[in-house]
Design a binder for this molecule. Sequence first.
Ligand SMILES: *Cc1c(COP(=O)(O)O)cnc(C)c1O
Length: 345
Amino acid sequence: MIDLRSDTVTLPTNEMKKFIINSPLGDDVYGEDPSVNLLQKKIAKIFNKEAALFVPSGTMANLISVLTHCSRGDEVILGDKSHIFYYEAGGISAFGGIHSHQLKNDDDGTIKINDIENSIRDVGNDHFPQTKLICLENTHNACYGSAIDSDYFSDVKEVANKNNLSIHLDGARIFNAAIKLNKSVDELTKDCDTISCCLSKGLSAPVGSVILGSKNFILKAKHIRKALGGGMRQAGLIASAGIFSLDNMINRLEDDHKNATILAKQLSDIKNIKININQVHTNIIFIYNRHQNISDTKLLSKLEKENIKIDYKGNSKFRLVTHSGFKKSDIESVVKVFKEILKDK
Ligand SMILES: *Cc1c(COP(=O)(O)O)cnc(C)c1O
């Protein structure tokens, strides 16, 4: 099976499994799991933040972060294509009573600075919720996996500072952004107060995300993690996979980006696929089915019959994501299958 639905489908390598088995464990709710502690220390250092917190998922990392920044009735500024708004079951509203102010995401994943400035509420007017937080995303999943450079964050930071707001970055794929822009993650995220980062995507750990921020923030976040049921006992068993990922899986993301570029280029030569290869930035490719007689569902089922899975977004749009389980040699077979299925009949 060639599974291109997401980089979440990555499986731990044999070396990773060996590393996991040999990792020291303890009860992390007591703060006594050496592997969790090592992971948190290690990743805090990489991001040059005071502290880190290991959590079960990226969704919980974002939820805890927003709940830590905001109180009930506060307002968060975020993009209308952001993962937090679109794909996290409305958690910040459901569990935090937090109001979201959705602003247009441009194709490059940014929100116009002007739009952000204009949406910040006047303080002291009873009509308004209080703006507390700006949430950004890098790389931006739904915006073609685009990597956003640090100057944009400096501009947002200026606005945030002027208005006493914090910035949270959904950095599920921040290492992809760093590789793409040839910058360190700490340089890329220096203007963000807090960051969430997935270990279970391109970094190929089976489970886990982290939140990064100040010592105080992480202390409060840890309390909320417990309330949400995210306090895990011998969590070193999964945290150690994250340690392995940080040591071994970051630089190889470059391969995923290269494979995505090659795959996109070759798919773009197929007549009934529409694809903008200028909008392939990292490991995420969006394609459109333009075949007159092959419906989207038919395309999906035909692909599955050939042992290929891709992600359907509706309205003839599909997403393909490259990852460590997808080899360069898989490109040829995928292109061949697409060509056969989508040829004019
Ligand atoms: C995957 C993803 C998340 C959520 O991570 P899960 O571990 O699947 O909950 C958050 N933000 C972005 C941008 C993502 O791509």
